[in-house]
Ligand binder design. Sequence first.
Ligand code: HXC
Length: 259
Amino acid sequence: MAYEMIEVRTEAEKVGIITLNRPKALNALNDQLMDELGAALRAFDADEKIGCIVLTGSEKAFAAGADIVAMAKYGFADVYKNDYITRNWETIRQIRKPVIAAVAGYALGGGCELAMMCDFIIAADNAKFGQPEIKLGVIPGAGGTQRLPRAIGKSKAMDMALTGRMMDAAEAERSGLVSRVVPLDKLMEETLGAALQISDFSQIAVMAAKETVNRAFESSLSDGLMFERRLFHGLFATNDQKEGMDAFVNKRKANFTNT
Ligand code: HXC
């Protein structure tokens, strides 16, 4: 598929990098862009060589939200019947390999929601997060009201959703929205460092870790612990468990085969 609104490349043949590329609209997310993003994510997920995916934007904007120009024309019948705006947003949840968001500049509305759908966020020091939908007479529509309180707690999430204010990178790190903040010119280096590290681990163990952490948001503690234990025990059936533990015991580097 030829992409017009995203750019796709790989690093060291093991990290897939997707760059949102609608600079004139600060990467505003329209249906075409989201369709392209979904296709690129699925292609990397299916590529055996790829161990981790990075999603990023420009230095000025990760994404300034859903495309307000497109949305302004829609009525309820359009958006409900055709699933406009929200179409294809759930694809990212189906991706089994880790997806890291590398966020610089604005991550607003759907842009903030998209970043939160990734497995973790590394932010540049100029990043700004917000859910300003309230200013447009609507509310977040791609998980903002659900993922933000889980990430930063009710009080801050309410503050963000009700006032529409932006949160800078330092506050986002303090609040637990992002895992690391780095200088803007180090954003890709730091993110690719993490992605390459993940790619060298057993893909099976990495997928199990992602699935299990995500389970924490969907289940009771005892169900989640049981899910974890079953997968933990299951990993002892893999060659990579033998390899990883043998490498440690024999003081050598592990060479995982994803089997
Ligand atoms: C469409 C957008 C856009 C958006 C910016 N642009 N955000 N176009 N949809 N979400 C366009 C502007 O219209 C402008 O186009 C160009 O990008 C540059 O933006 P400026 O406003 O001139 O830049 P600046 O003054 O630097 O301000 C940056 C900004 C501001 C603070 C990010 O653009 C802004 O507030 N944008 C809207 C943010 C927002 O409300 N997002 C939530 C959307 S609702 P021209 O042609 O004039 O140069 C949403 C719902 C999610 O996301 C639902 C998910 C399913």
